[in-house]
Design a protein around this ligand. Sequence first.
Ligand SMILES: [Mn+2]
Length: 282
Amino acid sequence: MAVYAIGDVHGCLPQLLTLLEAVRFRPGRDRLLFVGDLISRGPDSLGTIRFVRDQGERAVALMGNHELRAINGLLGFPEKGFLKHLGFLTTCPERDDILDWMRQRPLVHHEPELNLRLVHAGFHSGWSLDQAMDYACRLGVILRDEATLRAFLARYPANLPEIESSDMDETARLHFAMAVMTRLRICQPDGRVVWSIPGASGGAAFKLEPDSPYRPWHALLDWPGSERIVYGHWAIAGLSRNGRFIGLDSGCVYGGKLTAMRVDHPDLPITQVSCPAYVKPE
Ligand SMILES: [Mn+2]
């Protein structure tokens, strides 16, 4: 059995199938770990969901910000871009099944035997590993109960806090944790999260030049141990390895590459396939 971690697919099903052919994926035997953002922007989000769902237990797909955006939109809290990229879900015959499936996406996935943990975006340096897992677990409980989830989303702040503060209530802490695990890229050196860069918009703004005043989230995380942490969400940074931190989003939907890594044999070469530029980076 082989275990592959795969970067952000964003509905690029043809490239996913090409990638699996390239690694000689064996359905029913090998396992697939997707870092989230299976959907949105690319040509076949629905087909991608169906393909991954059809792998059953042999595929794990994390919650990405685009899965969360789909859930938000379907529950009546549409964010910018929902109708353009995910509006098809509202009239899709499988709408309810897909919504249920997306609500069950884990925020964090742990593979103890592989010394490996996956998250879509990242973890906050103010948390211990136990705190992060506690947040992920409690958010999973909220996601699975539709009434609780609606109440949680209705209070989701338009402007996210830069950091947890002592006067935040539990819901505000969980909002912050949800945003960190699905959207984090960079921080101030003191740990305050930079959710957007003034004067710049979209993911392309998060290209960190060597003289940048900001730090990648993983540069601030000082958790003990040697566990590898695999993440996605940072297309402009591309495939990146920084010690135990491995970023797999290589900008597939923007004309970059889709990446697969053998996490059970990390010494084997990483496999990538090229993708057409379906959309321009926003
Ligand atoms: Mn993302």
